[in-house]
Design a protein around this ligand. Structure first.
Ligand code: PMP
Length: 285
C-alpha cells in the first residue's frame, strides 16, 4: 500500500502518498499506542461519518491518548482526502498514534499524538462469501475482559489477537474466525460483529467486551423497524447448533452471511438477505 499515487492527510496537511512516512522509533510501533477507524463512503458520502470521528476520539481517550483534533477537524480532513483522491465509493482509514519523541520507554506522555487520514477503493471484504456465506474457524484466542484492557475501544493493541486468529483460520482455508470471550461466550469475528437467527428472532452477543460496531447498531435499528425481535444477550457455545442463520456486520464486511462456524452449518436465509439489502439501500440513501 505504500507505493501508489494519491494524497494522504497527515497532521494537518495533504502529503504525497509515497511521502507519508513515520520514524521507526515511533512509540506506536513498539507499544501499540494507536487507535483507528474504518469507514465507507458510498457515492461520495461517508456513512455515519461523525459517529466514526467521535469514536476515534473516544478510543484515544480510552487508551489515555487524547487526540488534539476535534470532530469537525477530522470531518474536514476526511472530506479533503476524498476530494484530493477523486473518490466516490471508498474505504476511509482515520488513525491516531503516539509518534517518536522524547521518550522511548513505556511512558508516552511526552511523545506527540499524530493523526492521519487515508482513503482508497476497497471492494467486498469477504469476497464471494458475501453471496455464498463465509466459513468461519473457531479461534483459540479469547476476547479479553474490560478489566484487562479497554476492550470497547478500536485500539491497535486489541487487534493482535484478531490477526493471529485470522492467520490461523486462513491457514486452514477459512475466511475468518469467530472468537469467544474470556468467559466462554460468543463474542465476534476478527473485524466484524455477529448475529444469529432462530425461529424468526435475532440473537446477538451483548457488546460488553468488544466493539459495539456502528454497523451492528445500524442493523439492530433495521430489525427493530421491521418489528423483528432482537435479543442482545450472552450466547453460550452450546447454542450454536440451534441457530438457523448467521451473519456478520462491519463497515468493511457490511452484512456478510455466514455459512459455517467450525462444524456448524447455517443457511443463507431470507432474513439475512433482507437485512443485507436493507443495509445496502440505507448506506446509499
Ligand atoms: N469488531 C471488530 C473487531 C472490528 O474491527 C470491527 C470493524 N470496525 C467491528 C467489530 C465492526 O465495527 P463497525 O460496524 O463500526 O465497522
Amino acid at each position: 500500500y505504500d507505493d501508489r499515487d494519491g494524497k494522504i492527510w497527515l497532521d494537518g496537511a495533504l502529503v504525497d502518498w509515497r511521502g507519508a512516512q513515520v520514524h521507526v522509533l515511533s512509540h506506536a510501533l513498539h507499544y501499540a499506542s494507536s487507535v483507528f477507524e474504518g469507514e465507507r463512503a458510498y457515492g461520495g458520502r461517508i456513512f455515519a461519518s461523525r459517529a466514526h470521528s467521535e469514536r476515534l476520539i473516544a478510543s484515544g481517550t480510552a487508551i489515555d491518548m487524547p487526540i488534539p483534533w476535534s470532530v469537525d477537524q477530522i470531518e474536514a480532513a476526511k472530506a479533503e482526502v476524498m476530494a484530493a483522491n477523486g473518490l466516490s465509493d471508498a474505504y476511509v482509514r482515520a488513525f491516531a498514534w503516539r509518534g517518536a519523541g522524547e521518550d522511548m520507554g513505556v511512558s508516552s506522555a511526552r511523545n506527540p499524538v499524530r493523526l492521519a487520514v487515508a482513503a482508497w477503493e476497497w471492494g467486498a471484504y469477504y469476497g464471494d462469501s458475501k453471496t455464498k456465506g463465509a466459513a468461519l474457524d473457531i479461534s483459540q484466542w479469547k476476547r479479553p475482559s474490560p478489566e484487562t484492557i479497554p476492550s470497547h475501544a478500536k485500539a491497535a493493541g486489541l487487534y493482535m489477537i484478531c490477526t493471529m486468529s485470522k492467520h490461523a483460520a486462513e491457514a486452514k482455508g477459512f475466511a475468518d474466525a469467530m472468537m469467544f470471550d474470556y468467559r466462554g461466550y460468543v463474542a465476534e469475528a476478527t473485524g466484524a460483529n455477529i448475529f444469529f437467527v432462530k425461529d424468526g428472532e435475532v440473537h446477538t452477543p451483548l457488546p460488553d467486551c468488544f466493539l459495539n460496531g456502528i454497523t451492528r447498531q445500524t442493523v439492530i435499528g433495521l430489525l427493530r423497524e421491521r418489528n423483528i425481535p432482537v435479543h442482545e444477550r450472552h450466547i453460550g457455545p452450546e447454542e450454536l447448533e440451534g441457530f438457523q442463520q448467521c451473519w456478520l456486520t462491519g463497515t468493511a464486511a457490511e452484512v456478510t452471511p455466514v455459512g459455517h462456524i467450525g462444524d456448524y452449518a447455517f443457511e443463507v436465509g431470507a432474513l439475512t438477505r433482507e437485512i443485507a439489502e436493507a443495509y445496502e439501500t440505507l448506506v446509499r440513501a
